[in-house]
Design a protein around this ligand. Structure first.
Ligand code: MV4
Length: 501
């Protein structure tokens, strides 16, 4: 029986995991770097141990130090969250060798899926459609031109050790082929220490649609439907939703079956995600498998009512899945917006700093998975995502309206956030109609532009006009109806309007 879980992570996902532990009567152990001494996951856990200096490679990536804490605290299991050591097969192996349960798949499944060419081969052998391309790795001596011609331009060269967009190159014409091949190879070598690359046909305007799967140790594998993740910026997801507006019941059924097949091809155990590229004709191709909990898992939880972290822990404890496939039903529509501490008006530069004020949205259908609090200083060392806003409503249109309402209520000062950018996305016609693909942000650049901050002179005029306006209205509009004190909500609104002037 798992009675104590060490969470080898930080931030919102560490808190998320500990919440399920608490509901299950399981104690949690936090590990933290020096920069995270005051972090929420440290406060939330039942015990917490410092594992080293702030840079990840001196703390959250230190396998032996984390194992030492697990052994010392007699943790029965380790949950790796996402990022950091979550897809490190050596770590999973070390955890198991120490007699501790790893809340995740086998080291074999992690390494098989971590190598993109191996994953492609496994899928082909199980009859799961993959993007047309090469079976073998490409070497300098191959006739690259003949291979590329057979696949047909445009093609993509990808690093086998890559994934998530790293080490990819688009080749539009034969003239770029050799130089792209050489660049891809050297990039792959310097990024992953492995220069194996392969070729795929380029799918022009695909949707990124992924299926959540769950598999227990008794041979049961189910899927929890899809997530549409096509709203991305530089391979970073920005908005995710389920069900996908691009999906039909028939396609969902077919892709769901292939997702289960894909997981079974590596005897997968735990929670995992099968990523597909889907084109406008509803052709779909396996892209990669993520062998961990995903950032966007809450939207699936919201439409299915299944606590994915709880299932992960039960699976690791040897229990059977709590649900058969036909017991998994979807209800309504869920959307997630990722809130980053970054400046959308300055090329999305990370904007770490102290949270001066935070008011999070509440009310029907609203969930926030975050970890920052008033007075917290966001460290510069880690991912700048500070929270996820997850909305549920009966229909997609209502979910969008509710998301806009919740984004309006979300007040953070001290650091710049992506909230204004997310509000723009919710207003974009292509998003509202559901007719968008992976080029959405690029295509709607002009629409998503947030007004430049005013020139100084312009700001002065705006300030003056706002002042006159304020003088005119303050008695009955800007004052709180009950206390007759200036209302902070209305002040917020005013400041926004001033910047738009
Ligand atoms: C592709 C592709 C088109 N054709 N492969 C980007 C992330 C990595 N997981 C794979 N990616 C892509 N692979 C072929 N053969 C287009 C992308 C791609 C993409 C995929 C999903 C979400 C956003 C994307 C943005 C640009 C490119």
């Amino acid at each position: 029986m798992i009675k104590k879980v060490l969470v080898a992570n930080r931030g919102e996902i560490a808190v998320r995991i500990m919440r399920s532990c608490r509901e299950m009567g399981i104690a949690s152990v936090a590990v933290f770097s020096e920069a995270d001494r005051t972090s929420m996951h440290v406060r939330y856990a039942d015990e917490a141990y410092c594992i080293g200096p702030s840079p990840s490679n001196e703390s959250y990536l230190k396998m032996d130090t984390i194992l030492e804490v697990a052994l010392k605290t007699k943790a029965d299991a380790i949950h790796p969250g996402y990022g950091f050591l979550s897809e490190n097969a050596d770590f999973a192996g070390k955890v198991l060798a120490a007699g501790i349960k790893f809340i995740g798949p086998s080291p074999y499944a992690i390494s098989a899926m971590g190598d993109k060419m191996t994953a492609r081969e496994l899928m082909q052998n199980s009859g799961v459609p993959v993007v047309p391309g090469t079976k073998e790795s490409l070497s300098n001596t191959d006739d690259l031109h003949a291979v590329a011609k057979e696949i047909g331009y445009p093609i993509m060269i990808k690093a086998s050790a890559g994934g998530g967009g790293k080490g990819m190159r688009l080749v539009k014409a034969e003239s770029e082929l050799v130089s792209s091949f050489n660049m891809a190879k050297s990039e792959a070598l310097s990024s992953f220490g492995n220069d194996t690359v392969y070729m795929e046909k380029y799918i022009e305007s695909p949707h990124h649609i992924e299926f959540q799967i769950l598999a227990d140790q008794h041979g049961n594998t189910i899927h929890l439907f899809e997530r549409e993740c096509s709203v991305q910026r530089r391979h970073q997801k920005v908005v995710e939703e389920t069900p996908s507006p691009h999906m039909t019941p028939e396609l969902r059924h077919t892709m769901g079956q292939y997702a289960v097949k894909a997981a079974q091809s590596v005897e997968y155990v735990g929670a995992g995600t099968i990523e597909f590229l889907v084109d406008d004709q509803h052709n779909f191709y396996f892209l990669e498998m993520n062998t961990r909990l995903q950032v966007e898992h809450p939207i699936t939880e919201r439409i299915t009512g299944i606590d994915i972290v709880k299932e992960q822990i039960k699976i690791a404890d040897g229990e059977k899945l709590s649900y058969a496939q036909d017991e998994v039903v979807m209800h309504g529509h869920a959307i997630e917006c990722r809130i980053y501490a970054e400046d959308p008006q300055n090329n999305f530069m990370p904007n770490p700093g102290v949270i001066k004020h935070i008011t999070e949205p509440l009310g029907l259908g609203v969930r926030t998975d975050g970890y920052v609090y008033k007075g917290y200083e966001i460290p510069i060392f880690y991912d700048p995502m500070i929270s996820k806003l997850i909305i549920w409503a009966k229909t997609r249109d209502e979910a969008i309206a509710r998301m806009k309402r919740a984004l309006f209520e979300y007040k953070i000062t001290g650091v710049k956030t992506s909230i204004p950018f997310l509000e723009k996305i919710m207003d974009t016609p292509d998003f509202k109609s559901g007719k968008y693909d992976t080029h959405f942000i690029e295509k709607n650049k002009a629409y998503l532009e947030i007004g430049e901050p005013c020139e100084l002179e312009c700001q002065d005029i705006a300030m003056f006009v706002a002042y006159l306006d304020f003088m005119k209205k303050q008695e009955y509009k800007v004052r709180d109806n009950v206390t007759n004190k200036p209302s902070p909500w209305k002040e917020f609104g005013k400041k926004r309007n001033m910047l738009r002037f």
